[in-house]
Design a protein around this ligand. Structure first.
Ligand SMILES: [Zn+2]
Length: 234
């Protein structure tokens, strides 16, 4: 970077400030990863003479930065990402009694686009609820009011059961049973009264299946949770 380039001047200024700046935070992070992320100069992504010519040629400079980003930075960030995902995905979700990894053992991008043909536009709020529940196992109060999500509600406003976790909404609550009518979940929901929650939980949250089934379970879970929370907040 040319000596008088505004970004270079800003970096030098930030580095000189006491007390730590965003530049210090980035440098600390680069040294904290395993393996550490080297600087562009340390990474030696191109010969020194090409690096020198980048001082006067924006295109060369842009290509060097792209190469550094793709070959050096992104692979290391992907390792960091994988490790953090591993830790977060293996925590037991309080309201479901299993981890996110149990529900989604293969880490893939969920094809939300596939739901477009199946989920009516008015039901997209249920997709948000379904996904929130699957990732946290909590009551998604934060989607309705300014509040933290919580693991338990003191009492169900529909059936009166006390200390209910979120799975109560789509597995046990008599006040949401009608939402399962005409869905593939009705039989398993009835069976859950005999203590086989796990089968229904798998049907409702495990991996991705196919568009119509995914849309049905998204809408069922979303509507059940929504009904209880809206009554709870009245
Ligand atoms: Zn209930």
């Amino acid at each position: 970077m040319p000596p008088q380039h505004p970004t270079k001047l800003m970096m030098e200024c930030a580095l000189a400030l006491p007390g730590g700046t965003w530049v210090h935070a980035v440098l600390r992070f680069m040294h904290s990863t395993q393996p550490p992320i080297p600087s562009l100069l340390e990474a030696q992504v191109c010969p020194a003479e090409i690096l020198a010519s980048a001082l006067n040629d924006k295109n060369i400079a842009r290509n060097i930065v792209r190469k550094y980003r793709m070959q050096v930075v992104q692979p290391r960030l992907a390792i960091v990402d994988d490790k953090e995902y591993e830790v977060a995905a293996t925590k037991v979700l309080p309201g479901l009694g299993c981890s996110y990894q149990d529900l989604c053992p293969i880490r893939t991008n969920h094809a939300w686009f596939d739901l477009v043909g199946y989920l009516p536009p008015t039901a997209w709020d249920t997709a948000k609820i379904w996904n929130f529940v699957r990732m946290t196992g909590l009551w998604p109060l934060s989607l309705f009011i300014q509040s933290e999500p919580v693991p338990n509600l003191s009492v169900c406003p529909l059936c009166g059961q006390t200390s209910i976790q979120v799975k109560h909404a789509f597995i046990q609550c008599s006040g949401t049973a009608d939402l399962a009518l005409g869905t593939p979940f009705l039989a398993s929901r009835d069976a859950s009264n005999c203590g086989t929650d796990d089968i229904l939980l798998s049907m409702l949250f495990h991996s991705s299946t196919e568009g119509a089934f995914d849309a049905a379970r998204v809408e069922y879970v979303g509507r059940a949770v929504q009904r209880i929370l809206l009554s709870h907040l009245m």
